[in-house]
Design a protein around this ligand. Structure first.
Ligand code: SF4
Length: 326
């Protein structure tokens, strides 16, 4: 069979931080509980996205989404037509997931913070989810004082056949700005950890994180993509807490922000094609989609579960189309 069209191979990815809409349903007005209205409003938004773009991949990241009331019910609703990935610190009883969400289309990106959680308990939760039908990975930030624990955690987690993703630290520690402040020895360590797993795909993933975040600092000018056509906005969009949608992770208050509208607008649409990048500083996005330069490079990392029902329907439709063209 010929290769699938890129748009459907990759799927549309909508990254969500929908604080306003999620919380709004819990206010009351004139004694009327707005929960049901909120649920209907959200369902309408995501049904419309499905009608326009078919089955999308919805990622929740930034903050801890599980603190929002009825968050897992919202996920269950999304899973009717989309696939979902949730970044979470798992600081709750995971029955909240297993009792509300059917296995199959939800993946979990569990972020481990050694100052707040015990690795053995954390890993036990991740194993329950992962082997119970909610594919899970563990990510760990290479925060300078936590670097020495990486070998122990890596052995433990990868020994359970679970991915351990190491993300170089970006931010201030002891008045020094990272990742630029990593010492040559720390950089060697991080680069080595990124390459020494038995799983080649995991090595690729960790190495790309390392190279993108640490080496980027060494050659910032080469990361300026202004005017180059980019598929962010067409294949990916970021939904901010107030519903504002931007094409990528570049800041959204400035002129060069790439604001596309609001997910609450009933006329909202993604771009129909790649558009020139308008960001005048080094592209801040991991896995950007500059046509002909970066998009193919990052395809292996844009992973999403396949929606059992709609994937099958799509494959049937696609096979029919191929037959008709012969
Ligand atoms: S190149 Fe980077 S900054 Fe420009 S639109 Fe694409 S992802 Fe955004």
């Amino acid at each position: 069979m010929a290769a699938l069209p890129r748009a459907l191979e990759l799927g549309h990815i909508l990254q969500v931080q929908l604080r306003v809409l999620i919380l709004r349903g819990h206010k009351t007005r004139d004694g009327v509980h707005l929960q049901a209205r909120r649920d209907r409003a959200l369902e309408k938004i995501w049904d419309r996205i499905f009608d326009l773009y078919w089955c999308t991949h919805v990622r929740f990241s930034g903050g801890e989404p599980s603190v929002y009331p009825d968050f897992w019910k919202l996920v269950a609703m999304l899973l009717e037509k989309h696939t979902v990935d949730v970044t979470t610190n798992l600081s709750f009883d995971i029955k909240k997931i297993t009792e509300v969400v059917k296995p199959g289309a939800l993946s979990i990106s569990a972020s481990f913070h050694p100052q707040f959680a015990d690795m053995k308990e954390f890993l036990a939760k991740v194993k329950t989810l992962h082997f119970g039908g909610y594919p899970s990975t563990i990510s760990y930030v290479g925060y300078p004082p936590h670097l020495d624990r990486i070998p122990e955690y890596k052995k433990l987690i990868e020994g359970e056949r679970i991915y351990f993703k190491i993300i170089p630290f970006s931010g201030l520690y002891q008045d020094k700005r990272y990742p630029a402040a990593y010492t040559p020895e720390e950089k060697r360590l991080l680069e080595g950890f990124a390459k020494d797993s038995k799983d080649e795909h995991l090595n690729d993933m960790n190495t790309r994180w390392y190279e993108w975040r640490v080496k980027k600092e060494e050659k910032p000018v080469s990361k300026i993509k202004k005017d180059a056509p980019c598929r962010m906005g067409q294949m990916y969009a970021k939904i901010h807490p107030d519903g504002t949608v931007t094409r990528c992770c570049a800041g959204y208050h400035g002129e060069d922000s790439g604001v596309m509208g609001s997910i609450l607008d009933p006329e909202f649409r993604l771009y129909d094609e790649a558009k020139p990048c308008s960001v005048a500083y080094p592209c801040p996005c991991f896995k950007c989609m500059v046509v002909g330069q970066e998009e193919d490079k990052w395809v292996p990392l844009w992973e999403a579960l396949e929606h059992a029902e709609y994937k099958t329907a799509f494959m049937k439709e696609y096979a029919e189309r191929i037959k008709e063209n012969k």
